[in-house]
Ligand binder design. Structure first.
Ligand SMILES: NC(=O)c1ccc[n+]([C@@H]2O[C@H](COP(=O)([O-])OP(=O)(O)OC[C@H]3O[C@@H](n4cnc5c(N)ncnc54)[C@H](O)[C@@H]3O)[C@@H](O)[C@H]2O)c1
Ligand SMILES: N[C@H](CO)Cc1c[nH]c[nH+]1
Ligand SMILES: [Zn+2]
Length: 428
C-alpha cells in the first residue's frame, strides 16, 4: 500500500503515475492481430478466440434462438432492475438532444446546425473477468437515440461459447440485432476491418482492458473514430472530517475490484478519517469474492494525507481521474475547482456505483489521465453536427463585399468571383 503523509509537490509526479501491466509486447500483439484479421478474416477470429478466450467457435453471430434462451435465463428481478436503469439513462441522454437554433448573423444570412447519427457504429461490451451488461445500456441507448442506422455489438464468449445472458437481454431490450461473440483486440480488429461475418463500422465505442484500449488506438490509425481511451477503471476520492470511512472504503474497493490494473486514489484532509478508512478497507477487502483482483489494484493505489482541500483539488486535476468522489462538506461550493475529471459524485450518498449502473449518467469514461482532453460518452459521441447556411439576395448584398476583399487578399480570385457574379446579377 502506498501511503503518503503530507507529500511535497516534488512527489506528485510519482503519485499520479498509473500502473502499467504487460505493456511490453502489447503493441506487437495488437499489430499481429490486426494483420491476421485483415488477411484471414473469420478464420483469424477463430484462431484468436481459441488462443485468448480458450473457446472454439464455428460461428460468431448470436442467433435469435440464443437471444430468446438468454432472455429466459435472466431473472425477473434483474430484468426489472435493467429496465429501471434503462429508463434513467434514456431520460438523461434524451435531455442532451439539441434543439436546432437558426441564427441570422447579418440580415439575409441564416446559419444553423443539425445532428446526424453516425451511420455504422461498433459497441464493445467487456466480458473478460465480469460480464458488464450495464455497458450495453450505456452505449446502445445513446446510439439508438442518435439514430445510428447500424449498431454492431461484440463481447467475448465465455468458456461455454456463449455471451452472458444479461448482456444479450440488455442488448435486445435496447433494440440491438447484430451481436457477435468476439472479445479483446480481435473484436476491435473485426469491426475496424470487416470480415466475412462482421461488418466494418465507422466509429468504435466501449471500455475494455489494455488490449482493447490499445486496439482502439490502432483502429484510429486506420481512419476509424473512437469514443476515447476508456481503460482500467479508477477513482479518486477526496474526504474531509465529515466523510464516513465505511462509505469511503466501499467506494474505493468498488473500482479496485474491476481488475489488477485498476487504481484508486484516496486523499483525506483529516487524519482520523484517513486511518479509519484504511482499517475499513482491510476489513471490507477480505470479504470480497474478487479480493485477489482488488488486492492487486490496492497495491498499486495511493493513500494520501493532505493539508487542505485546495491542495487536494490541485492534485486531483493533475491526476485527471475517471471518477471523482467528493465526500466533503458542501461539495457544490468546490465544483468550480474541478478542471479534469470524467464524472463527479457529490456528497456522502453519491456512491460511484450509482453512476456505473442506474443514476442516468454514462459510465464509459476516459481513464489514464485522458480526462484532461476527452469527455465521457454522451449523446454527442454518436452524432456528427452538420452545419447549414442560407443566403438571400439581401444576404449576399450585405456580406458580399467582405468576402470579396478577403478572397482577393488570399489570392483566390475564383472565390471572389463566385460572389462578384451574384452581386452583378443583382445590380440591374
Ligand atoms: N473506463 C471505462 O469507462 C470502463 C468501463 C467499464 C469497464 N472498464 C474496464 O474494462 C476492463 C474490462 O476488462 P476485462 O479483461 O474484464 O474484459 P475485456 O472484455 O476488456 O477483455 C477481455 C479480452 O481480453 C483479451 N485478452 C486477455 N488476455 C489477453 C492476452 N494475453 N493477449 C491478448 N488478448 C488478451 C481476450 O481476447 C478477452 O476476450 C476492466 O479493466 C475495467 O476496469 C472501463
Ligand atoms: N466502473 C466502470 C467504469 O469505469 C463501469 C462499471 C460497469 N459495471 C460496473 N462498473
Ligand atoms: Zn465499476
Amino acid at each position: 500500500m502506498n501511503i503518503y503523509q503530507y507529500p511535497q509537490k516534488s512527489d506528485w509526479a510519482g503519485i499520479i503515475r498509473r500502473p502499467v501491466l504487460e505493456k511490453k509486447n502489447l503493441r506487437a500483439t495488437i499489430t499481429e492481430v490486426f494483420e491476421k484479421v485483415k488477411n484471414d478474416g473469420d478464420s483469424a477470429l477463430q484462431y484468436y478466440t481459441s488462443k485468448f478466450d480458450g473457446v472454439s467457435l464455428d460461428s460468431f453471430k448470436v442467433s435469435q434462438e440464443e437471444i430468446e434462451k438468454a432472455s429466459n435465463e435472466v431473472s425477473d428481478e434483474l430484468k426489472a432492475a435493467i429496465q429501471h436503469a434503462k429508463k434513467n439513462i434514456e431520460t438523461f441522454h434524451r435531455s442532451q438532444e439539441e434543439e436546432t437554433k437558426k441564427i441570422e448573423t447579418v440580415p439575409g444570412v441564416e446559419c444553423w446546425r443539425e445532428s446526424r447519427g453516425i451511420e455504422k457504429v461498433g459497441i464493445y461490451i467487456p466480458g473478460g473477468t465480469a460480464p458488464l451488461f450495464s455497458t450495453v445500456l450505456m452505449l446502445a441507448i445513446p446510439a439508438k437515440l442518435a439514430d445510428c442506422k447500424q449498431i454492431v455489438l461484440c463481447s467475448p464468449a465465455n468458456k461455454e461459447g456463449a455471451i452472458d445472458p444479461a448482456i444479450l437481454y440488455a442488448a435486445q431490450l435496447c433494440g440491438i440485432t447484430e451481436m457477435f461473440k468476439i472479445g479483446g483486440s480481435q473484436a476491435i480488429a473485426a469491426m475496424s476491418l470487416g470480415t466475412e461475418t462482421v461488418p466494418k463500422v465507422y466509429k468504435i465505442f466501449g471500455p475494455g482492458n489494455q488490449y482493447v484500449t490499445a486496439a482502439k488506438e490502432l483502429a484510429t490509425e486506420l481512419g476509424l473514430a473512437i469514443d476515447m481511451p476508456a481503460g482500467p477503471s479508477e477513482v479518486l476520492l477526496i474526504a474531509d472530517q465529515q466523510a464516513v470511512p465505511e462509505f469511503c472504503a466501499a467506494d474505493l474497493l468498488s473500482q479496485a475490484e474491476h481488475g489488477a490494473d485498476s487504481q484508486v486514489v484516496f486523499i483525506s484532509t483529516d487524519e482520523t478519517v484517513f486511518k479509519e478508512t484504511l482499517l475499513e478497507l482491510e476489513g471490507q477487502l477480505s470479504q470480497l469474492p474478487r479480493k485477489e483482483l482488488a488486492a492487486k489494484a490496492i497495491e498499486n493505489s495511493r493513500f494520501i494525507l493532505m493539508e487542505s482541500l485546495d491542495e487536494a483539488f490541485e492534485l486531483s486535476n493533475c491526476y485527471a481521474p475517471e471518477h471523482l468522489i467528493l465526500a466533503i462538506a458542501n461539495p457544490e461550493i468546490w465544483t468550480g475547482k474541478i478542471r479534469n475529471a470524467g464524472s463527479v459524485f457529490l456528497g456522502n450518498y453519491a456512491c460511484e456505483s450509482a453512476g456505473d449502473y442506474a443514476s442516468g449518467t454514462n459510465h464509459t469514461l476516459p481513464t489514464n489521465g485522458f480526462a484532461k482532453n476527452y469527455s465521457g460518452v454522451s449523446l454527442d459521441s454518436f452524432v456528427r453536427k452538420v452545419t447549414f447556411q442560407k443566403l438571400s439576395e439581401k444576404g449576399i448584398q450585405n456580406l458580399g463585399k467582405t468576402i470579396e476583399i478577403m478572397a482577393e487578399a488570399e489570392g483566390l480570385f475564383a472565390h471572389k468571383n463566385a460572389v462578384s457574379v451574384r452581386l452583378k446579377s443583382l445590380e440591374s
